[in-house]
Design a protein around this ligand. Structure first.
Ligand SMILES: O=C(O)CCC(=O)C(=O)O
Ligand SMILES: [Fe+2]
Length: 514
């Protein structure tokens, strides 16, 4: 699939260009061929026209007769048949089929729709606002009534009646606003009425079904549903002992988002509001934060010290400004792009690596000797952190896709997790060094829901934090997430630094939490 990374979605643009070229070539050739066929037709028409005026005279002359017969045998095979047969349609079709391999698929369509719904939820966006394309700084393409209807239908097929309701309502708005819309209102009403019923709005379901039946009186399902809704309403009012005939009384529409327990948890709701840039809690010791130049007496940093800025003190999270140069970023993106693969997560129970909807991005791993730039960047991380990268994982490059995100997680392995890093023999992930390799127009922050910290990507900057105390115990407050990218493209790269080899660089602490 390609929607999980912007870099791969972009390759579709080239395929689209090449399809246009192939079609143009085919049309040119076909136009030339049709010109020839036209002149053959004209020739036949004028010849028969003349000949039919005097058939005996024409065929009675043996020379004319000879030429006439030759015309449909020798001449036909030589001049006409090739033009009739020379149809390059099948070849063109094959070429397009080949190019189409680089175009999005139905899997991408549902991924793209899921991304829109995720962004709508996380950033609390109005359906109308999304549909009008007013997300970024510049207004882009708009969704038609039919587009909204298709999004509603994808939600409906997932039994997500909350989003079905929102998007079918928007489809109706857009049918009314667009006289050219080919979408029939009754089709949308059919879905909307049922979704509203499933969301607990029987009255509304009934009144929309009545509206549908006004447009299409013989709609069978609607007639059945009408009876069903009427009975439901009667029974309900009987049990409430109210004489209500159940005909369309205006009520507020109920449309609650049905989400699982986790997405309803404090952690998740805090994560979402931090993504929106809201301040969720008092950030501890915020007034004590400061920034400094730092060179650690390291030759790499003497002339160009690290610009270290505290973001949080306990746990300590810092930002290094201008930690990666534009040229370095460009090189790293370039060598990583062909290596990008859908990012996986480790199943805590089985230990297996698998893809998951809570992590939507593609990533690549770059070795120290893949390029001089990778080596230089690795050396810089060592100089800044004072840690060794001998036991670190390779540099991971991530490119987020449509609405790409990574829900709250720990970078370190907890004791109960199945031998997460055991096979590496390098211990747990002691620290994370995370470079931002792009600005992101909207969304895409890295947020820490337990401590109320939010970091918005800034090209060239890097975040750094320890995941473990000196005792080796995990720091649970480092739980963090990558918010969905709302507008723009997000590239990051990170180095997960491991415990082994740091024994003298970051000696063991005496206390549990130190
Ligand atoms: O992309 C980000 O902002 C964070 C990524 C992250 O947490 C991870 O890859 O482990
Ligand atoms: Fe992480």
């Amino acid at each position: 699939e390609m929607f999980t990374s912007m870099a791969h979605l972009q390759t579709a643009l080239y395929a689209e260009r090449d399809i246009a070229l192939t079609l143009r070539q085919y049309i040119d050739m076909e136009e030339k061929r049709l010109e020839k066929l036209k002149s053959i037709a004209n020739d036949f028409a004028s010849h028969s026209n003349e000949a039919l005026k005097n058939p005996d005279g024409t065929l009675g002359n043996p020379v004319s007769a000879f030429l006439y017969v030759k015309r449909f045998t020798l001449d036909w095979d030589k001049d006409i048949e090739p033009i009739l047969q020379n149809n390059t349609f099948t070849t063109m079709l094959q070429q397009i089929k080949f190019l189409k391999q680089d175009l999005p698929t139905y899997e991408d369509l549902s991924g793209a729709a899921a991304a829109l719904l995720r962004l709508q939820d996380t950033y609390q966006l109005d359906t109308a606002k999304i549909a009008s394309g007013e997300l970024g700084k510049t207004k882009c393409a708009e969704l038609s009534a039919n587009d909204c209807y298709e999004i509603g239908r994808l939600s409906y097929n997932d039994e997500d009646f909350y989003h079905t309701t929102l998007w079918m309502q928007e489809a109706i708005e857009r049918i009314q606003a667009d006289i050219n819309s080919t979408l029939s209102k009754s089709t949308v009403l059919d879905y909307l009425a049922f979704a509203l019923y499933r969301q607990g709005n029987i009255q509304h379901a009934l009144s929309l079904t009545n509206e549908l039946l006004k447009i299409d009186p013989y709609h069978e399902r609607a007639r059945n549903n009408r009876g069903y809704y009427q009975r439901m309403i009667k029974e309900e009012s009987k049990s409430r002992k109210m004489g209500d005939d159940g005909e369309g009384i205006a009520q507020e529409i109920k449309n609650k988002r049905h989400i699982d327990d986790y997405r309803n948890s404090n952690e998740f709701l805090t994560y979402e509001s931090l993504c929106r840039g809201e301040r969720t809690q008092k950030v501890k010791d915020e007034e004590k934060l400061s920034c400094r130049y730092k060179h650690n007496n390291h030759p790499l940093l003497l002339l160009r010290p690290a610009k270290e800025e505290d973001v949080h003190l306990d746990p300590w999270i810092v930002i290094y400004h201008d930690a990666m140069l534009d040229g370095e970023i460009q090189t790293i993106k370039q060598i990583a792009t062909p290596k990008l693969n859908r990012a996986t997560v480790q199943n805590a129970k089985t230990g297996a690596l698998e893809t998951a909807n809570y992590r939507i991005s593609k990533s690549a791993w770059l070795k120290d000797d893949d390029d001089e730039v990778v080596h230089r960047v690795n050396k810089r991380i060592e100089a800044i952190t004072g840690l060794t990268l001998k036991t670190a994982e390779e540099l991971q490059i991530a490119n987020y896709g449509l609405g790409g995100h990574y829900e709250p997680h720990f970078d370190f392995a907890r004791k109960e997790e199945k031998d997460a890093f055991k096979s590496l023999g390098t211990g747990n992930r002691i620290a994370t060094f995370l470079f931002y390799m792009s600005d992101v127009e909207a969304g895409g922050a890295t947020v820490f829901p337990y401590i109320g910290v939010k970091l918005f990507p800034k090209k060239g900057a890097a975040a750094f934090w320890y995941n473990l105390y000196k005792s080796g115990e995990g720091i649970y407050n480092t739980r963090h997430a990558a918010c969905p990218v709302l507008v723009g493209v997000k590239w990051v790269s990170n180095k997960w630094i491991h415990e082994r080899g740091q024994e003298f660089l970051r000696p063991c602490g005496k206390k549990f939490e130190e």
